[in-house]
Design a protein around this ligand. Structure first.
Ligand SMILES: NC(=O)c1ccc[n+]([C@@H]2O[C@H](COP(=O)([O-])OP(=O)(O)OC[C@H]3O[C@@H](n4cnc5c(N)ncnc54)[C@H](O)[C@@H]3O)[C@@H](O)[C@H]2O)c1
Length: 377
């Protein structure tokens, strides 16, 4: 029997829409024990949140997130607000006994993240953080291949996340849509926004990171602030590059920037092992590139696996073999795995505690960039 699970969504921007699509689609394609019910959407502007609720099928609205959390008819709260609100909302949810789905990065820094972990663990509420790239089928396949030992000893992990949307120095900072440029709302720049994804995937695929050395740059030093109307210092990192050492002895190299002209969301990773290598590219997200040195010499070469067959992760529940799916399906998969895990002792992950590890790496990266020293995680 499928049980209803009443969802309260806080924030109705990019992620509010991506997650809602996941809630709406999951039962059409997957046999899971719960059926998400779009109970209430919350935002500060009643007219705008009503338009969102009507369009996406939410039954009601709230303009104060505290009221949403206080409602008895809400089972699970989805936090899709800017980063500076995650902690306060998540702790209030935990105290109210709500299931929590929180957007990434978990918090503004690891100290906040630790408080959030303690709150959910004390309350014993199910929790997950939306590092959704884990659930792109090709990335899940990479995880399965690595976990089987197929690559052998791992030597290198390389990841990039490149964009180009903040190059214009007339772009303001702060407020709706531009909160990512305002350190008070975002915590950091590309480190928490983009590298956090690369770090979560890396920790999942290749294990813990021991130490890092990093450099960051803020190319545009001052921007007009939308909330104050004044030209103010820019305190986020526009670009960040770091090297690291993983606990398994492999070396890592990570780069992220919003100043790579021509790139919109180029998230790539490559892993080089003793027997084989794999690489993945978000712009071609249904493919996994694989090279196996164990083949006879004349058969060796990179192979491009089209991750669309029925026995590939998640794919048996979609169309017919050979037909690919996209970005939005990673959210459907996260909802599916989370619903299956509810109330069990096998959390779907990444839990708050898992996401705190990513936060610790981000903190070490930012500290190293400041001190110009190798920094332990
Ligand atoms: N998993 C991913 O790939 C991914 C992608 C984008 C964003 N994110 C994360 O999702 C979160 C939201 O990002 P977004 O791109 O959806 O931002 P957005 O600007 O599109 O939406 C933010 C929403 O929060 C609402 N909001 C702001 N303050 C509020 C308050 N006090 N009470 C209620 N609502 C409030 C805004 O009205 C807006 O609807 C961030 O933490 C971001 O890092 C994750």
């Amino acid at each position: 029997m499928t049980q209803p699970l009443n969802i309260g969504m806080i924030g109705y921007g990019f992620m509010g829409r991506a997650h809602t699509n996941g809630y709406k689609r999951v039962n059409d394609f997957f046999d899971v024990p719960y059926r998400p019910v779009l109970k209430a959407a919350c935002g500060r502007d009643a007219e705008k949140v009503k338009a969102f609720a009507d369009n996406w099928g939410y039954e009601s609205i709230e303009v104060d997130w505290r009221k949403l959390i206080a409602r008895d008819d809400i089972d699970a709260v989805d936090i899709c607000t800017p980063n500076n609100l995650h902690k306060e909302i998540a702790i209030a949810c935990a105290e109210a006994g709500k299931i929590i789905l929180c957007e990434k990065p978990l918090a503004m820094n690891a100290a906040e993240g630790e408080e959030m972990c303690q709150a959910v663990e004390k309350a014993g509420v199910d929790n997950i953080v939306w590092y959704n790239y884990r659930r792109v089928p090709a990335v899940t396949l990479a995880k399965n291949i690595i976990a089987s030992g197929n690559l052998g000893r791992i030597f290198h992990y390389r990841a990039n996340f490149l964009q180009d949307w903040t190059i214009d120095d007339n772009l303001p900072q702060g407020g709706a849509a531009l909160w990512r440029l305002d350190a008070a709302a975002a915590g950091s720049g590309v480190t928490g926004d983009l590298l956090a994804h690369c770090i979560d995937t890396a920790l999942w695929l290749n294990g813990s990171i021991e130490n890092v050395t990093a450099m960051t740059e803020t190319f545009v030093k001052e921007r007009m602030h939308n909330l104050t109307g004044k030209v103010q210092k820019v305190s986020i990192d526009d670009a960040c590059t770091f090297m690291c050492r993983f606990e398994n002895g492999s070396l890592g190299l990570f780069e992220s920037t919003r100043y790579a002209r021509g790139h919109k969301a180029l998230y790539t990773f490559e892993i080089n092992g003793e027997h084989a290598s794999i690489k993945w590219d978000l712009h071609d997200l249904h493919r996994l590139e694989y090279f196996d040195h164990r083949l006879e010499g004349d058969m060796r070469g990179w192979r491009s696996i089209h991750v669309s067959d029925g026995d590939h992760p998640y794919m048996g529940n979609w169309w017919v073999p050979g037909l690919q799916i996209g970005y939005e399906h990673s959210f459907v998969h996260q909802v599916k795995d989370f619903l299956e895990s509810l109330g069990t002792d096998q959390p779907a992950g990444p839990t708050f505690r898992d996401a705190l590890e990513t936060q610790r790496v981000c903190d070490a990266v930012l500290a190293s960039a400041k001190s110009l020293q190798w920094t332990n995680v």
